[in-house]
Design a protein. Structure first.
Length: 367
């Protein structure tokens, strides 16, 4: 690489975990990309119980700025802005300060020493690529994959590809087109943030990276995995009622924003079948109140208007067909944790989803 473009690494803080910060800082000390070409931007969201984590940053991180690690900027927020808006605040700072690329960096992980160069090289060499994800490995079980790109189901679900698969059992090309990029370790072009906006803050939590990837795909850009850029993630699978609400609420939002009306009409019968199953799942799991909360959200005229306006803005940038958007969609729902495996889903729902995709999606959706 003859020249090194200026990069901003956006590091969003919420949970108070000193070891996470220490891991990220230690990795930055060893990074091979020129440190004077990196801006380390820490966006600190206050925790509702523990408050702000800025004091630790001031004591442990800022003294290292422009000495052992790249220059550090702290953007302390007065309230919890959420994952999407917090990252957007950092991205907007990066764009305003002349950074050519923006890297989104989960707070519970860290980059390998030479992780940035492959991302930059990939984006520099191919202008059709809008965003590039690192190969995300689990930590401390570093031989197992967390995400080799994320999978997008045509009914709006998203999950990690090759989760917990041993890296030796997977053959990955140097650059691979993917369904969507995980927001845990992702590099995007600043000029695309200027043109199409950063993450949608109304998503708050979950699927914000899916929406961002589909937005770029809608504009005609590719989303890829870069195999030789590695990010280590101390990922812990968790289920909660809050997570259930946001994932389901945002799943509807993704479908409404991106698919044409005829596509939504064709998917409606299968969606109704899915809804019946999700209601049974919610009753069995004790989450029926959250299920009803999702429905209550979507029957509100205020919220319908909000998302309909989002849809109009997204459709204006359309440069590809629904058939293209759905070309890399997966047909099955595969759970990341063995504790969530469901025999009915595996033996009944997934075969039906696959059949419906092959007959209806591939056979009828040509627009």
């Amino acid at each position: 690489m003859k020249q090194f473009p200026k990069i901003a690494i956006i590091y969003l803080l919420f949970y108070h975990n000193e070891s996470y910060v220490d891991d990220a800082v230690s990795a930055l000390k060893k990074i091979t990309y020129p440190k004077d070409k990196i801006e380390f931007v820490i966006v600190s969201n206050p925790h509702p119980e523990d408050g702000s984590f800025v004091r630790y940053i001031e004591d442990a991180v800022l003294p290292l700025s422009e000495k052992e690690i790249p220059r550090v900027t702290v953007l302390a927020q007065e309230e919890n802005t959420g994952f999407a808006k917090g990252n957007t605040i950092g991205a907007q700072w990066a764009v305003a300060h002349g950074c050519e690329y923006v890297v989104f960096h989960n707070n519970d992980g860290f980059f390998a020493t030479n992780a940035l160069e492959p991302l930059v090289n990939t984006l520099e060499q191919d202008s059709t690529i809008g965003a590039a994800q690192s190969l995300i490995m689990l930590h401390p079980d570093t031989n197992r994959i967390n995400s080799s790109g994320n999978c997008f189901h045509y009914l709006g679900f998203g999950y990690c590809d090759n989760y917990r698969v041993d890296i030796k059992d997977v053959s990955l090309p140097e650059v691979k087109d993917i369904g969507y990029a995980s927001g845990a370790a992702l590099m995007v072009r600043s000029d695309l943030i200027k043109k199409y906006g950063a993450w949608d803050e109304d998503f708050f939590l979950y699927h914000e990276d899916l929406e961002w990837s589909l937005r770029l795909k809608m504009a005609g850009y590719r989303i890829v995995l870069v195999r030789d850029s590695v990010f280590y993630h101390k990922y812990q699978f968790a289920r909660s009622m809050t997570k259930y609400f946001w994932m389901e609420r945002n799943r509807y939002g993704v479908m409404l924003m991106f698919f044409r009306w005829p596509t939504l009409l064709l998917l409606l019968p299968l969606e109704l079948f899915l809804e019946f199953g999700l209601i049974l799942f919610a009753i069995k799991g004790g989450w029926i109140k959250e299920r009803l909360r999702v429905y209550a959200y979507w029957i509100s005229p205020k919220h319908i208007c909000l998302w309909y306006n989002k849809r109009k803005r997204i459709q204006k940038i359309r440069d590809v067909s629904d058939r293209h958007l759905l070309s890399r969609a997966v047909t099955g729902i595969h759970f990341q944790d063995v504790s969530t495996h469901n025999t009915l889903v595996n033996r009944v729902a997934n075969p039906l989803f696959t059949l419906y995709y092959n007959i209806v999606v591939r056979g009828l959706i040509w627009w």
